[in-house]
Design a protein around this ligand. Structure first.
Ligand code: PSV
Ligand code: MN
Length: 431
């Protein structure tokens, strides 16, 4: 395995922290045992957790106003994979990468696939991009892509999505996520129903191009860049389109794509109930599509989402397997550090949801005993499972404290020397 951080250094880091971790783990194990829960079973479960990394997330993001690049940013998709490998080496929770085309279009897909394999990575769903014009493109997306009035722009957008499928296939990916920013900025700009009809027509052509073992995920978003009416604004529209398209089409829930205070866990429950929950883009937000680090603003919401996922998994068994991806923009932190801590925050919510005593919860719900039902969730949420997460990482070969280990290794300082800023380099995208 082509490890980017010296394995001896990771071992040394872990050796220093192992004694304290063992003590914390034993204390937590004792507390869980009193609740009738086996810490070993939960740690084994934690080790199965995986969330894919967004290739665009390892570069510094930006806002509509500015981007403040960091040192040693990856300048191409190969360097992005190297950074993703660091994240996975230390967290052991991010073995897949989700690529965005054409930002990360490889000139040699099989070489990229080989690089990923050598780094212990593989490719998750690929993402198309018809929300900005690309150099040399014949037809603009200024007034829409899959929903454009002009057939030529629509056909170009469909062709790009089909290219993404072909490229994804060569990389070993099994799905395509489609997010379009199409919509209207003024009442009257667009016929609301007509735009969705054109969207569906376009999506039907993309759907036809899917290999048998592929899925297409429809990602909804309330607003931005369309500020009056977004064509795929909500889970209802996404669900209706996925249903119309067929069984390979599912809905993707990006946590930042809803109005503030929306009950996202209920959306998750609905989509799971009707077999249309494809996957997630995890991030956090305070106001809109802020793309902040997962769990940094509202960790209880993240926990409640995983509580619904645990309920669905219990009802549906192994067949229930939504895809997990991070989709964040790191403007003021080192993207590698943010992605490592975000992966572990999502893993934390997954582990906490496993601590919910579902039998007890169901009994309280059945007898309308409201407060203990709420407390059953709060008890699991308030349990500090950090020792389980650290033990899972250590047992899987990762670092007990990934951020500290990464800092000790000096990876960013070395990258700053090896990767001098290059004009026109493919940094991160707009997220
Ligand atoms: C749109 O805001 C989004 O969440 C979609 O997933 C895009 O593909 C991604 O961000 C990257 O810009
Ligand atoms: Mn997203």
């Amino acid at each position: 395995m082509d490890y980017k951080i010296d394995t001896g250094l990771v071992a040394e880091h872990n050796a220093k922290l192992q004694g304290d971790l063992d003590a914390d783990y034993a204390a937590l194990g004792g507390m869980l045992a009193r609740r009738g829960q086996d810490i070993e079973q939960i740690t084994t479960l934690a080790q199965t957790f995986a969330v894919a990394l967004p290739s665009w997330g390892v570069g510094t993001g930006g806002t509509r106003f500015a981007r403040f690049p960091g040192l040693g940013e990856p300048r191409n998709v190969q360097e992005k994979l190297d950074d993703c490998a660091v994240i996975n080496q230390l967290t052991r929770a991010t073995p897949a990468v989700s690529l965005h085309f054409p930002w990360d279009k490889p000139s040699d897909p099989s070489a990229l696939r080989a690089q990923a394999a050598a780094l212990g990575l593989h490719f998750d769903l690929v993402n198309s991009n018809t929300f900005q014009d690309q150099a040399g493109q014949a037809h603009t997306y200024k007034f829409g892509s899959l929903t454009a009035n002009g057939a030529a722009a629509r056909e170009q957008a469909v062709a790009h999505n089909i290219d993404c499928i072909e490229l994804g296939r060569a990389l070993g990916s099994k799905g395509l996520t489609v997010w379009v920013g199409d919509g209207a900025n003024f009442p009257g700009q667009s016929n609301l129903r007509g735009a969705l009809e054109r969207y569906l027509d376009s999506m039907k052509s993309i759907y036809k191009a899917l290999p048998d073992d592929w899925q297409v995920f429809i990602e909804h978003k309330l607003f931005e860049p369309a500020f009056y009416a977004t064509t795929i604004a909500d889970w209802g529209t996404s669900f209706a389109c996925a249903t119309e398209l067929g069984p390979k089409a599912k809905c993707l829930v990006d946590l930042g794509h809803h109005a503030p205070n929306t009950n996202i866990e209920m959306i998750v429950a609905r989509l799971a109930q009707f077999g249309k929950l494809g996957g997630f883009h995890f991030n956090d937000s305070k106001y809109g599509d802020d793309d902040l680090d997962s769990g940094s603003i509202n960790p209880f919401q993240l926990f409640l989402v995983f509580n619904e996922l645990a309920d669905a998994a219990q009802r549906e068994g192994a067949a229930f397997k939504p895809s997990y991806m991070l989709d964040q923009s790191h403007n003021v932190t080192d993207p590698i550090e943010s992605l490592m801590s975000s992966a572990s925050e999502v893993q934390r919510a997954f582990v906490q949801s496993a601590l919910v005593n579902r039998l007890e919860l169901a009994a309280h719900q059945e007898s309308n005993d409201v407060l203990p039902a709420a407390q059953a969730l709060k008890r699991a949420f308030r349990t500090d499972v950090s020792a389980i997460l650290a033990m899972a990482r250590a047992r899987s070969g990762g670092a007990i404290d990934p951020v500290a280990c990464y800092r000790t290794a000096g990876y960013r300082a070395k990258a700053a020397v090896a990767r001098p800023a290059k004009a026109g380099a493919s940094g991160s995208g707009i997220v």
